[in-house]
Design a protein around this ligand. Structure first.
Ligand SMILES: Cc1cc2nc3c(=O)[nH]c(=O)nc-3n(C[C@H](O)[C@H](O)[C@H](O)COP(=O)(O)OP(=O)(O)OC[C@H]3O[C@@H](n4cnc5c(N)ncnc54)[C@H](O)[C@@H]3O)c2cc1C
Length: 327
């Protein structure tokens, strides 16, 4: 069997590994401590925040089929949220999210999805790949320069800018990589002992520097505290991603308070996560890249759109293509 290295254990990397795991020796390298990438959860003692992806939709028939076992095992469920649209600080529409189309979430957290997908895969966590070299075959090295093995194929699932830093020659192989842009996002996380009694569970916000507010604790099994999660707009975050984080937190708290018209100074926990590469605009081109002479491939949501489903499609379709190469 051929040896394949996948860089990144986000949804695209895991979907890919699930497709080719039975026909190749697959090793996944993941720089963080957990699986799932941007489908992430910040855990406290008795509460948690889905501070990356909030929920997901399923339109692709293959993805629909893929998540069935997760639904059956209770890893995925529908979020029947009271949803509103807000213009500045006014609610302009409201409705209850139902079962069709469903908005799915992981149970008890979004990170349960990556955990489920990573079962029986060979994943090296907390292992950041810092150098890739091609000799007779590919050689990988971590941040300390420690050799991480030789591979027939190397597949990157990481955002394009990081991919170009890791592997500068990629521009010569796939020149379009420079055209793929990703934007930033801040996640503001607040926990309270008392219920704030908001009259929504999920809100799409327009006309402010905050684009999304959810009552995270309205999702099933999210712990004991009342928790609120707000996302900045991608535009605002891309401008302020290098600013002082306390300043960003303070600014977003003020914005949030204005929108929901509540005093949030009683929060018992206030956290902030800055995502430098959070979102990718909708693309209409190829869903992955593969070079069958160099034995290198790329996949990730950024080929399609910044969505969980897009990450799955990119990874699994690359997996289908690779099946012929690896068999
Ligand atoms: C704030 C936010 C909100 C979102 N909301 C939604 C939503 O509501 N619905 C939705 O469908 N989607 C949402 N998304 C988008 C969704 O999370 C992504 O589309 C999807 O998770 C991308 O998966 P991926 O595998 O392509 O990339 P990633 O999840 O980014 O996976 C790449 C992985 O590579 C790892 N990595 C990077 N560099 C290295 C290296 N050198 N060595 C080893 N590992 C490395 C990273 O740690 C990461 O785990 C949101 C994203 C963010 C950030």
């Amino acid at each position: 069997m051929k040896n394949v290295a996948i860089i990144g254990a986000g949804i695209s990397g895991l979907a890919l590994a699930n497709k080719i795991g039975h026909i190749a020796n697959v090793t996944i390298f993941e720089k963080s401590r957990g699986f799932g990438g941007r489908v992430a959860t910040r855990r406290m003692d008795d509460f948690s925040f889905d501070h990356g992806a909030q929920f997901f939709k399923v339109r692709d028939p293959d993805f629909k089929e893929y998540i069935k076992p997760m639904i059956e095992e209770g890893i995925i469920d529908i979020w029947r949220a009271r949803f509103v649209e807000i213009e500045k600080d006014k609610v302009i529409s409201s409705r209850l999210w139902g079962d069709d189309p469903a908005n799915y979430i992981g149970i008890p957290s979004m990170s349960s999805i990556g955990k489920f997908m990573s079962q029986s895969l060979n994943i090296k966590l907390s292992e950041q790949i810092a150098k890739i070299e091609k000799h007779d075959i590919w050689e990988l090295f971590n941040e300390e320069g420690v050799f991480q093995g030789k591979y027939d194929w190397v597949i990157s699932t990481i955002p394009p800018v990081q991919c170009m830093q890791l592997f500068p020659n990629i521009r010569e192989i796939y020149s379009d990589i420079e055209k793929h842009e990703m934007s930033a996002c801040f996640s503001l996380m607040l926990a309270f002992d008392e219920d704030l009694n908001l009259d929504f569970d999920a809100a799409l916000v327009k006309g402010t520097d905050i684009s999304w507010i959810s009552c995270n604790s309205s999702k099933q099994s999210r712990g004991k505290k009342y928790t609120i999660l707000a996302h900045s707009t991608n535009k605002w975050a891309s401008e302020y991603i290098n600013h002082d984080r306390d300043w960003v937190k303070g600014y977003l708290c003020k914005e949030l308070s204005k929108i929901i018209k509540k005093d949030i100074s009683e929060a018992t926990y206030t956290g902030l996560q800055g995502w430098r590469y959070a979102n990718a605009k909708k693309q209409n081109g190829q869903k992955f890249f593969i070079d069958k002479e160099q034995n290198i491939a790329l996949c990730g949501d950024w080929f399609i759109q910044g969505r969980i489903e897009s990450a799955y499609i990119s990874g699994s379709q690359l997996g289908n293509e690779l099946t012929n190469e690896l068999a």
